[in-house]
Design a protein around this ligand. Structure first.
Ligand code: SAM
Ligand code: DTB
Ligand code: SF4
Length: 332
């Protein structure tokens, strides 16, 4: 009888992977569930080792192509599957985008993020226009980020060559809960694009959304999925759902504020060097809650009156809040 050596080796590897995974999951759960003062203290200590605790990076979003998206993301105003009031807009002209980027820079933003309601990037004149946008925004000495849906390796390489700093592609929630939210693509599709982005040498911006009916365990499973990316993301947006009329999630209840703070602190501890971005949902957060999020390790916000299609606090309000806290916008 012959011994199936390779199988034995494989199963040993699999066992090791499973026990490492179990211990990672346990560690994440322990971090998240510790008493809040301990969690905040641990997050602050790590935050201060790697970042200036007074500095917040301001980013500005620009929806370069709005609405009529074929994907069925249950949270999104821009999906054709959701009867929302949004007016679709075709791909913007280069000049309009550039003037928005200049205005963002003048108001203190150091990162400009262009979002398109596409399922995936298609080669052709529209992609060429986006590449030109990336080149010209990069020439303004801004970090340039894009979120355009799925990418193929050669498209990621072209974005890199055009000067793209980062690509945003969120995993959004846990692998298990994903199909409750989106059915037109899989977690694996997401991971493939993320791999193409990293392989092209572009920094990965990847995070999720809280408040879509998921459990706390789903949120921790999202963090686990982020820990398993290689390399781990340099930028992690934590969004709270902006409930949009006409979407299946229009009535979703708001996220518990302390759960949000726990999530931010846990993210900071697990990803010491990453930028943790307090993203969508700030409009309905009190100044006090945002302050706790900064203490927990969030060090970036999106400023400007609009996110992609939904409202955001005014730039003046953000400026006053940072001033009151003795904090300031981060220079490049
Ligand atoms: N179509 C591209 C994609 O989905 O990758 C890029 C644009 S998409 C609007 C960018 C991200 O915004 C999504 O991955 C999701 O995490 C976030 N987002 C969209 N709608 C949201 C909402 N109503 N509330 C909170 N976050 C939202
Ligand atoms: C991310 O995670 N949040 C930003 C950015 N990446 C592109 C987008 C938030 C969009 C919120 C809903 C809207 O305005 O349509
Ligand atoms: Fe389309 Fe992106 Fe909205 Fe999903 S989140 S519907 S892919 S724009």
């Amino acid at each position: 009888m012959s011994i199936a050596l390779p199988e034995t080796a494989d199963s040993a590897q699999e066992n090791l992977h499973q026990s490492l995974q179990a211990s990672l999951r346990e560690r994440i759960t322990q971090i998240y569930n510790q008493p809040l003062p301990d969690l905040l203290f641990a997050a602050q200590r790590i935050h201060r080792e790697h970042h200036d605790p007074r500095a917040v990076q301001l980013c500005t979003l620009c929806s370069i192509k709005t609405g009529a998206c074929p994907e069925d993301c249950a949270y999104c105003a821009q999906s054709i599957h959701n009867p929302t009031e949004l007016e679709p807009q075709p791909l913007m002209n280069l000049d309009e985008v550039l003037s928005q980027a200049k205005a963002a820079k003048a108001s203190g933003a150091t990162r400009f993020c262009m979002g398109a309601a596409w399922r995936e990037v298609k080669d052709g004149p529209q992609f060429e226009r986006v590449l030109e946008m990336v080149r010209q925004v990069a020439a303004l000495d801004l970090e340039v980020c894009c979120t355009l849906g799925m990418l193929k390796p050669h498209q990621a390489e072209r974005l890199k060559a055009a000067g793209l700093t980062a690509y945003n592609h969120n995993l959004d929630t846990s692998p298990n809960y994903y199909e409750q939210i989106i059915t037109t693509r899989t977690y694996r599709d997401r991971l493939e694009t993320i791999r193409a982005v990293s392989a092209a040498g572009i920094s990965v911006c990847c995070g999720g959304i809280l408040g879509m009916g998921e459990s706390v365990q789903d949120r921790l499973d999202l963090l686990e999925a982020l820990c398993e990316l290689e390399p781990t993301p340099e930028s992690i947006p934590i969004n709270c759902l902006m409930p949009v009329q006409g979407t299946p999630l229009q009535e979703a209840p708001p996220v518990d504020p302390i759960d949000l703070v726990r999530m931010i602190a846990t993210t900071r501890i697990l990803f010491p060097k990453a930028m943790v971005r307090l993203s969508a949902g700030r409009l309905s957060m009190s100044d006090e809650l945002q302050t706790l999020c900064f203490v927990a390790g969030a060090n970036s916000i999106f400023t400007g009156p609009k996110l992609l299609t939904t409202a955001n606090p005014s730039h003046d309000h953000d400026e006053q809040l940072l001033k009151k806290l003795g904090m300031a916008s981060k220079k490049l």
